[in-house]
Design a protein around this ligand. Structure first.
Ligand code: PMP
Length: 360
């Protein structure tokens, strides 16, 4: 068996310890004589998995009791629709468009309400996020939506805007659990699990309970109402059992590591390794503005498409995978989520230096 360093943007690498534990429990989950995948979602053993995952997420993120935690399906993309369907009162919302996913979220919301784009980074090919101090929002908007970390363009907000009256909704898909977060700044946080929380199939929603409404238009389907899932403690129907189980293991791994402050220190170290290399390189250069640099997705180019492709091949020959940039951004992207060890980033930097040396 040989494992590679996997820089994929999601689904992404998982802690090896988590994979080993899941493998050991695959045929017989703790004496049940079956795997979690084969178990009833109403079985006490599964209910314990669900409750423990919620409790661990609450303690890791410091989620206050007046927020509900929902374990849903449909991907973060389904939240692009559920958010406006559930949160619309005045029929308007403001969106910060800082990348492909916030653009998709804004477009989807247009089906349901009047969307004002409060800022867009499209002209600069999303290479930076706007300074949050100069932003203005409509006071009667139902919410303001932002994407905290832009997976494709490698940028992130390092501060949140003061939205005034409208509450803040955040897509944290590619940065959740990477550093401490003040949950109380948000009315709703959502994240697909397949980057920093586990595997695909699970989307976590953290929602302030007073935002969950029962009086939605009849046309809003049962499965697309937060109230359905909150009332049923995420067991209205069959949940993504295996994905919740894997998420629980990732959360326990994170607790063992010392929680989000300890994780953030490691993530800063990893990102600094790579950005410091990029800043002095004569062949590679980072594409995100320094004030907007993501700690999770690091985008870079050589400035020449063929040389980019040659580097990606060179890296694969050395066991470094998933470095090709998204088709809309080009170049390279190293996704260095929580589960990527410092050694993996060091191996990438060494590989870049070797490539650079061979170009001289
Ligand atoms: N938002 C962000 C920030 C993402 O990175 C992604 C997935 N790459 C999505 C939303 C869409 O997530 P999903 O594929 O789970 O629908």
């Amino acid at each position: 068996m040989s494992r590679v360093y996997n820089f994929n943007p999601g689904p992404a690498c998982l802690p090896e310890e988590v994979l080993r534990e899941a493998a050991a429990e695959m045929l017989d989950y703790r004496g049940a004589g079956m795997s979690v995948m084969e178990m009833s979602h109403r079985a006490p053993a599964f209910e314990a998995i669900l409750q423990e995952a919620e409790a661990d997420l609450r303690s890791l993120m410091g989620i206050p009791d007046h927020y509900a935690v929902l374990f849903l399906q449909g991907g973060a993309s389904q939240q692009f629709a559920m958010v406006p369907m559930n949160l619309s009162r005045n029929g308007k919302a403001d969106y910060l468009v800082t990348g492909s996913f916030s653009q998709k979220a804004a477009e989807e919301a247009r089906r349901f309400l009047d969307v004002r784009v409060a800022a867009t980074g499209e002209e600069g090919n999303f290479s930076h996020v706007p300074p949050v101090d100069n932003l203005t929002f409509r006071p009667d908007s139902d919410y303001v939506h932002l994407c905290l970390n832009n997976t494709i363009f490698g940028t992130r907000f390092s501060a949140l805007p003061d939205t005034g009256n409208p509450p803040l909704v955040g897509d944290l898909s590619s940065c959740i659990l990477s550093e401490p977060v003040d949950v109380s700044r948000y009315a709703l946080i959502y994240a697909g699990a397949q980057k920093n929380m586990g595997i695909a199939g699970l989307t976590v929603v953290i929602i302030r309970r007073d935002m969950v409404r029962d009086d939605l238009p009849d046309s809003v389907p049962t499965m697309l109402r937060y109230s359905t899932h909150m009332k049923a403690d995420s067991l209205y129907n069959t949940p993504p059992c295996q994905a919740i189980y894997m998420c629980g293991k990732v959360l326990r791994w994170l607790k063992g590591l010392g929680g989000l402050s300890a994780m953030a220190a490691i993530n800063r170290e990893k990102a600094a390794l790579l950005y410091d290399y990029l800043d002095q390189s004569r062949v590679f250069r980072g594409t995100a503005y320094p004030d907007s640099r993501s700690l999770m997705n690091i985008t870079f180019v050589t400035g020449d498409k063929e040389r980019d492709a040659a580097f990606i091949r060179f890296a694969e020959q050395r066991g470094l995978y998933g470095l090709k940039g998204h088709r809309s951004a080009g170049g390279m992207r190293a996704s260095i989520y929580n589960a990527m060890p410092v050694q993996g980033v060091q191996a990438l930097v060494d590989c870049m230096a070797a490539f650079e040396g061979a170009q001289a």
